[in-house]
Write a protein that binds this ligand. Sequence first.
Ligand code: 5GP
Ligand code: ZN
Length: 113
Amino acid sequence: MDNCVFCKIIAGEIPSAKLYEDEKMIVIRDIEPKAPIHLLLIYKPHHKYISELNAKEQQEFGECLNKFAKMSKDFGLENGYRIIVNQGDNAGQTVPHIHVHVLGGKYLEFGNF
Ligand code: 5GP
Ligand code: ZN
């Protein structure tokens, strides 16, 4: 999609170190980390919301999460992590391209909502 920052990162048009890449997803570090480890798992096809995914994409997206879970130790997340998807305005979604925040590297309080 034109003017989508994550599509540009996926295409290499905006430089960003890819910690992991396969045909379906990339993993990068968030440019404004909210925890000692703050990664973004970005599903490659351009969609704003999970609800826009077709059946094949839903399966692929689930496989991406499963694949990430299996490699989480490689990113220093052996003591656990939190995954967050900001969906829409009330969640403060700023980039309209499906991505999963992965937060960890310390004990994360749960609250302040
Ligand atoms: P959202 O608010 O849409 O859930 O999350 C978007 C995230 O993308 C934010 O945490 C923001 O810091 C991050 N981000 C925005 N632009 C860039 C960029 O160019 N590079 C990287 N690595 N992260 C970005
Ligand atoms: Zn995009």
